[in-house]
Each structure stands twice: as C-alpha cells, then as structure tokens.
Write a protein that binds this ligand. Structure first.
Ligand code: SF4
Length: 330
C-alpha cells in the first residue's frame, strides 16, 4: 500500500488536488513520529499553492453575549451560566478598533455579533459602522452575524462587506451533538447565498469537541466541497459553564496533525489559526505556521484573551513570512 504522505506529495503538492475524506483520515491517524513529515509536506503545499504571505486579520465584537442559540462550546450563549455579559459597541468604538487593527498591518477587519441572525437594529448598526470605517480606515471589512435571509445577504453585499464568516463548526454527522437550536443545513444555506452574492466565504469550525477522527476527516471533506476562501480553525477551549466545559484540551500533537491535514485537504484556502491555540499549542504555535497555517488574528478574541498583537507579528518576522498587503487582496 502506498504511504499516505507519498501519495499526498504527488496528488496535493504536485497536482493541487486536495485529500479526500478517507485520505484525510489516514493523515489524522498517523503516529506521532510522522508528525514532522506531515507538517513539512503541509508547509510545502501551502508555499506552492498559496505562497509565503500571511494574512493578518482583526476581529471586534459589536454585540457580545446573550445569544439565544445553544452551541455547546460557546460562552456567549444566553442559555448557559458562562460569565459573559451582554454588551453593544457604538460606531466610534468600531472605527477606533478598525484603526488599531489596520495599524498592525492587518488587511481584514471582521465585525462579529453573538446572534442567531441579525435584526433590523443590527443591520442598521452595520450599515452605519461599515460606512464610517470605510471613510476613515484603509481596510477590508468582513462580518459574522449568524444566519442570514436573502435580503440581508443582498444588504451586506451592498454595504461592501468583503467576506462573510459563518462556521459549519463540525462535521454534519456530529453537529446535532453540538447545537440543537438550528441545523447544519441552515448554516450551509446561508453560506451558499453569501457565495452567490459575490462575497468571499469564510467558514471553519472547532475541533476537539468530542468528535471522532472519522468525523474530523468528514468535516475536512465537507469544507473542501464548500470551497471557502478562508477556513478559521479553532481548538476547543473548554469554557466554564458551557456543556463542553469539562472536555479535555486537545493534545498539541493531535492539534498539529489536524492543522496539516486540513491544509492537505484544502491546498488553496486561507487557513487561519483562530481561538484556542494558546491553550492547545502554547509555544508550539509556530509549528502550525510552518505546517500549513497562513493567516492569524491579531489581538484579543471574542471572549478570551489571545496573545498580544506584537507577539504574532514578531513570530511572522522571525519565520520570514511577509504580511499580505492590502493592494494584493483588492
Ligand atoms: S456560536 Fe454564535 S450562534 Fe452559537 S451560541 Fe455562540 S454566539 Fe450564538
């Protein structure tokens, strides 16, 4: 039988065709003594099909906490006892956050709200906020506002939203174990509308929520079918008070195998480190950036502190990885 990494070298690195579900599973099942080989191949794939640039993005929460949905990992759900207070951000604060994000060299500024989907008040806040940011700051604006109607999709496209984030979170077969207040298919429908409206699609999820390796491979294949422009990869950071609060933190080697496998399944996508990597990888975060990752978030995440912006920028400088410039992405 051909070794999976030899096969992937030919299929993914040489021909640019991502791993299928069964092949992804083989990579996830590799023993720890093959981890460095796997990371090396994923790095070569990323350099060959994406190039050396790293996309830097900032994120701000316009509405935090009090969400009516029950995503079991999320401390922003109003249904759990997790200590996140409900709060709204005003327009001057949004512009200031965009300005600080742009100052780090970031090209993408994502406005996030903890909602099932936007209401009229949030859509109005978005229209005013995006207009104010566009007038004051040279940065592309992305949004993550939950599930959308066609009218809302059209409105966001009209406002000039460049990229829309909506995570499928996990494999279709595991989703009912994670969320019961809406379906995976509802999420998929929003993503299809977003793509059809011409916005870039950002869609990823969280690994380490108790899913089997088979389901992690299934998720990679489902993302590949969606063909998102960007995939944010989170590792579960078990939050007190949430139903997943007592799950174990994923071992670092497993997290790195996941990063590299997702890169091999999605050779051309922007693969972004999102939440949970500090607790999962600690100082090994660098290994992911030379194992397939080509985007990072600067500054704080939504409800937990990330590393300071400068730490990541220093890491990229040490790795001699240039930050993607705005002009290249327009
Ligand atoms: S993940 Fe989003 S939709 Fe789910 S509970 Fe958290 S804020 Fe709400």
């Amino acid at each position: 039988m051909t070794d999976i990494l030899e096969l992937a070298r030919q299929q993914v690195l040489e021909n640019g065709k991502g791993l299928d579900e069964a092949q992804a599973l083989e990579c996830l099942q590799l023993p720890d003594d093959r981890l460095d080989d796997l990371l090396q191949l994923a790095h070569e794939v990323r350099m060959r099909w994406c190039g050396p640039e790293v996309e830097v993005e900032g994120i701000v929460s316009v509405k935090t906490g009090g969400c009516p949905e029950d995503c079991h990992f999320c401390s922003q759900s109003g249904l759990f006892s997790s200590p996140v207070r409900s709060a709204w951000l005003d327009i001057p604060s949004l512009v200031q956050a965009a300005r600080e994000t742009a100052a780090t060299g970031a090209t993408e500024f994502c406005i996030v709200a903890a909602v099932r989907g936007p209401d009229a008040r949030l859509m109005k806040q978005m229209r005013e906020g995006v207009a104010a940011i566009s007038a004051a700051v040279d940065i592309q604006v992305a949004a993550s506002l939950g599930m959308l109607t066609q009218e809302q999709v059209d409105d966001l496209a009209d406002m000039g939203i460049h990229r829309y984030n909506h995570n499928l979170e996990t494999a279709r077969s595991y989703f009912p174990n994670v969320v019961t207040t809406h379906t995976w298919e509802e999420r998929w429908e929003t993503l299809a509308m977003v793509r059809d409206a011409g916005m870039e699609v950002c869609c990823g999820g969280i690994v380490g929520m108790g899913e089997m390796l088979e389901q992690r491979a299934e998720f990679a294949a489902q993302l590949a079918e969606l063909e998102p422009d960007e995939v944010p990869l989170n590792f579960l950071n078990p939050r007190p008070g949430t139903p997943f609060g007592d799950l174990p933190v994923m071992p670092a080697a497993e997290a790195l195998k996941t990063v590299a496998t997702f890169r091999l399944a999605l050779p051309r996508t922007i693969l972004r480190y999102a939440g949970g990597r500090e607790i999962t990888l600690g100082d090994l975060a660098e290994k992911g950036v030379v194992g397939g990752i080509n985007a990072v978030i600067v500054g704080n995440y939504l409800t937990t502190l990330g590393r300071p912006a400068t730490d990541d920028l220093e890491m990229l400088a040490e790795l001699k990885m240039p930050i993607k410039a705005l002009s290249e992405t327009l």
